[in-house]
Design a protein around this ligand. Structure first.
Ligand code: ADP
Ligand code: ADP
Length: 228
């Protein structure tokens, strides 16, 4: 009864490497899964395919039971994506940016819900600020608010703490903790073991396009011989 079901997925980029090689994984509703691997491992390719942004070379992906090839409209409504790069409309206000994204998903206006999202991310005070005026941490939170704007069941966070300082990293961990309590299924990519360990229920290790293992955090940490 997985909310995400990836079966024998592969991706060969034109004039590029085989970025994914026979990857299968299932993720249950409410789970938090970290995909851990070095640069170039295939993490972004994997989440981009699940989100419908990149076309796979082989295999199938089902999101909430919907095959992303044939039923991508239904699949897409279930998904929010926080991209790696900060992509905001600099002169637009925070509230309008979030409203706009909600509209893109075809969801009817619901400012009460958006207020709740912005409050939960400590952004309500900034709702009328242009996004260019915000600090880096706030910009990242706006990206999360945008990704949550249409009430998705699944949130993808691509390298949520790449290039951020320790304080911001902790802030991001707290946001994930809060989303966990809200029952959102979260898939995040990272190349920090520490981060995977802190946030995830299960950790998948990916390298050279292969999913090398996928295990509950506690078992994996046991194998690394760590004690906490
Ligand atoms: P990541 O930080 O996830 O490793 P990269 O820095 O590898 O991402 O890639 C950044 C962007 O460039 C992505 O949109 C990716 O699809 C694209 N890209 C990466 N490698 C290549 C390549 N060899 N040819 C064309 N585009 C690429
Ligand atoms: P990661 O997110 O783990 O850093 P990526 O999925 O971004 O890995 O990249 C996996 C491999 O595919 C890398 O070798 C990268 O250069 C390559 N790649 C990524 N995007 C493209 C693209 N659009 N065209 C060609 N190669 C790409």
């Amino acid at each position: 009864n997985a909310i995400i079901d990836v079966d024998r997925l592969s991706k060969q980029y034109v004039n590029g490497p085989k970025a994914l090689d026979d990857v299968s994984l299932q993720i249950d509703e409410g789970e938090i899964v970290a995909l851990l691997g070095p640069n170039g491992a295939g993490k972004t390719t994997l989440i981009s395919i699940i989100c419908g942004l990149v076309v796979p070379s082989g295999g199938t992906v089902r999101v909430g039971g919907h095959d992303i090839r044939t039923d991508w409209r239904a699949a897409r409504k279930l998904i929010g994506l926080v991209p790696q790069e900060i992509t905001l409309e600099p002169f637009e206000t925070v509230l309008n940016s979030v409203r706009f994204t909600r509209g893109l998903y075809g969801a009817p206006p619901d400012d009460a819900y958006l207020e709740q999202v912005l409050r939960s991310l400590a952004l309500w005070d900034k709702k009328d600020a242009a996004t260019r005026e915000l600090s880096g941490g706030m910009k990242r939170r706006v990206l999360i608010a945008k990704a949550l704007s249409h009430q998705p069941k699944i949130l993808f966070l691509d390298e949520p703490t790449a290039g951020v300082d320790v304080a911001l990293r902790r802030e991001m961990w707290q946001v994930v903790e809060q989303l966990r309590r809200d029952g959102v299924t979260i898939i995040l990519t990272t190349h920090y073991l520490e981060e995977a360990e802190e946030m995830a229920d299960r950790i998948g290790v990916i390298n050279h396009g292969k999913l090398l293992l996928m295990q509950p955090k506690d078992e994996l940490m046991g194998e690394f011989g760590k004690k906490h």
